[in-house]
Design a protein. Structure first.
Length: 146
């Protein structure tokens, strides 16, 4: 099983961003933990982070064929990028939306997600652990299908 993990804008700055919302782990540390979990679960993971909407869309288009499912934290694009919504819908792959912070308890504009109705699950407020949870859920979800 191949899982594509996509992170959007400003997530490259984790560790320096507001730790009360995002925790203290860097993206590299989160990815390392995900890599270890993937090895335990016997699945493959690949990572992509970009601050650019088009680059995320390009990666979804190019890697979808070689992936079985997706974990995405689209950062602020979550709240308004219909272009990323379309790109992820076009992959036809199951995906889980992750947010480190609890977006529902923050500003009104963060309550809306363009992925609503598409994501298999949404995991919020678990900081870096949310990515591990997403991996576990996707592996369960996809093994049920076989
Ligand atoms: C975020 C929440 C978004 O509202 C914000 O713009 C981010 C990070 C999160 O992981 O909690 O950059 O996606």
């Amino acid at each position: 099983m191949k899982i594509l993990v996509i992170n959007g804008p400003n997530l490259n700055m984790l560790g320096k961003r507001d730790s009360s919302q995002y925790g203290t782990e860097t993206l590299a540390q989160i990815e390392e933990n995900v890599r270890k979990k993937a090895a335990d679960l016997g699945v493959e993971v690949s990572f992509f982070q970009s601050n650019h909407e088009g680059a995320i869309i390009d990666r979804l288009q190019s890697d979808a064929g070689a992936s079985d499912c997706i974990v995405i934290n689209a950062g602020a694009f979550t709240h308004f990028s219909y272009a990323i919504r379309d790109a992820i819908a076009d992959t036809k792959l199951p995906f889980i939306e992750v947010h480190l912070s609890n977006v529902h308890e923050r500003e009104e504009f963060r309550h809306k997600s363009v992925f609503e109705g598409l994501a298999a699950e949404v995991i919020v407020g678990h900081r870096g652990k949310g990515y591990i949870m997403a991996l576990e859920r996707l592996v369960k979800l996809l093994s049920k299908k076989d």
